[in-house]
Design a protein around this ligand. Structure first.
Ligand code: HEM
Length: 223
């Protein structure tokens, strides 16, 4: 892969992870003191749902953050090739974390969405896609199909990263006062996560295989 492409791609990945970490930190900082002291959140505040449903919310956020921080190591080819045993063991841990986060994305995100029914629908659609991708990645590697394992893991990671892109769209809509904060959430979920599913598919189309050769090079090798 051209170095410039790799550097740009990883920069975007780490920027989006950093955005998610900032928002997770804000959640801990805002909800934590209220949950620990048993203080109720204000009736119309954003944090109300997190403070009233801490188990559902934090069984989504904490494993999700750990999954998102750990996954780049699994996707980094050179590291994977050099530490294959670690890749397998750590993969099981990350898979479990991703599955727990995905299940609680549905359990918390669908009934308690801030932005209403359209956001709930997005959480149901993309949360299910995230879970299906993780499960199919696991099934593929159990069956020895490394190629499909890679493809489904990239699809799952693309959706997980999309969580950062949702915050970018919320920032644009609410920051430029195009929509209120509450109205921003549903379109931000649909836009952010659709963009990431499409980006994942484009990546897989451009680099369909593990061998590191882009589609164009593979065509010329085959000819
Ligand atoms: C796997 C990595 C993930 C991480 C690290 C993560 C992290 C977070 C964080 C930090 C929040 C709190 C939001 C805030 O205060 O701004 C949140 C909320 C939420 N997440 Fe995730 N998430 C992940 C995956 C997903 C997936 C795959 C879905 C399903 C589409 C999802 C759906 C939701 C929903 C619906 C909420 C509630 C938003 C609201 O307040 O209405 N998350 N997540």
């Amino acid at each position: 892969m051209p170095r410039a492409v790799a550097v740009s791609m990883w920069s975007v990945v780490f920027l989006l992870i950093a955005i998610v970490l900032v928002f997770a930190g804000i959640r801990f900082g805002t909800d934590g003191p209220l949950i620990v002291t048993g203080t109720p959140a204000e009736g119309d505040s954003f944090e109300l749902r997190y403070v009233e449903n801490p188990w559902l919310a934090y069984l989504h956020i904490v494993p999700g953050v750990l999954y998102l921080v750990g996954a780049p190591l699994q996707l980094w080819r050179r590291f994977r090739e050099r530490h294959f045993t670690f890749h397998r063991r750590f993969g099981r841990v990350l898979l479990s974390l991703g599955l727990v986060s995905g299940v609680f994305a549905l359990a918390f995100g669908v009934p308690f969405s801030y932005g209403g029914a359209w956001q709930s629908l997005a959480a149901a659609v993309f949360g299910s896609w995230f879970l299906v991708a993780l499960l199919l990645a696991f099934r593929a590697i159990r069956g020895g199909d490394v190629r499909m394992h890679r493809r489904w893991m990239i699809r799952a990671f693309a959706v997980g990263l999309g969580v950062g892109m949702i915050r970018v769209w919320v920032g644009i809509f609410a920051g430029f006062q195009i929509l209120s904060l509450e109205e921003s959430f549903a379109p931000a979920f649909w836009l952010g996560l659709t963009m990431h599913v499409v980006a994942g598919e484009l990546w897989l189309w451009w680099r369909p295989n593990e061998d590191g050769l882009p589609r164009s090079a593979r065509a010329s090798v085959a000819a």
